[in-house]
Design a protein around this ligand. Structure first.
Ligand code: DGI
Ligand code: FE
Ligand code: FE
Length: 189
């Protein structure tokens, strides 16, 4: 699919602010794909579609998770976690994207997962460091991203977990699994 067509589809699903974020993720993902040798076309499309389901009604996302037999633990955690797996399903159904690499990068962009592929890491990280992000610690992660992809993903996961803990928010087990996997198996962290 052409970049312009993908953007046209996604723009209709998002607020202006979220669309600007999406353009930022796309820019960051293309840069990371160039640096770390991923497929630039797939990185760009996955980035463009990563938040496709962000504004879907909670009930619709919940039904998708049930119908598609997604991880049932998701239902007992914050609904913010639902737009990633629901998005992968909807992007296939509604936008006709069939590429499994792209769909899985969308699916895992919020929690990460153990054994992430290159593209999954790039989308996870691009979402965190895109130029519009301004939270504490982002500059450090941007700097690490120029040296080591695994170290940067680890720093982003760690910051996210610490942030959730500081707010007394529950941490989804898969987010913890991602952290443990990078600590135990990630080269160059
Ligand atoms: O969709 P974005 O805002 O661009 O970013 P995202 O998809 O990475 O994260 C969406 C939200 O999910 C964000 O507010 C933080 C939250 N989140 C991420 N990991 C976890 C989490 N919330 C809980 N409860 N547990 C997690 O492990
Ligand atoms: Fe998201
Ligand atoms: Fe995002």
């Amino acid at each position: 699919m052409e970049r312009s067509r993908a953007l046209e589809i996604v723009e209709k699903q998002l607020t202006e602010k979220r669309y600007t974020h999406t353009l930022g993720v796309s820019e960051a993902a293309v840069e990371l794909a160039g640096r770390y040798g991923a497929d630039i076309y797939k990185a760009e499309l996955a980035a463009i579609f990563h938040d496709y389901a962000k504004f879907r009604p909670k009930e619709e996302m919940k039904q998708i998770l049930i119908d598609e037999r997604e991880d049932e633990r998701l239902l007992t955690f914050h609904h913010e976690l639902w737009h990633a797996p629901a998005g992968a399903v909807l992007v296939r159904k509604e936008a006709g994207i069939e590429d499994e690499d792209i769909l899985s990068a969308i699916r895992w962009h919020t929690t990460g997962k153990p054994g992430m592929t290159l593209l999954e890491k790039i989308i996870y990280l691009a979402d965190y460091i895109e130029p519009g992000r301004a939270f504490p610690g982002v500059e450090e992660v941007r700097a690490i991203a120029k040296q080591s992809l695994n170290a940067a993903v680890l720093a982003a996961v760690k910051n996210s977990i610490l942030f959730l803990m500081s707010k007394k928010q529950p941490v989804f087990p898969v987010t913890m699994d991602t952290y443990n996997d990078l600590i135990q198996n990630g080269d160059d962290v």
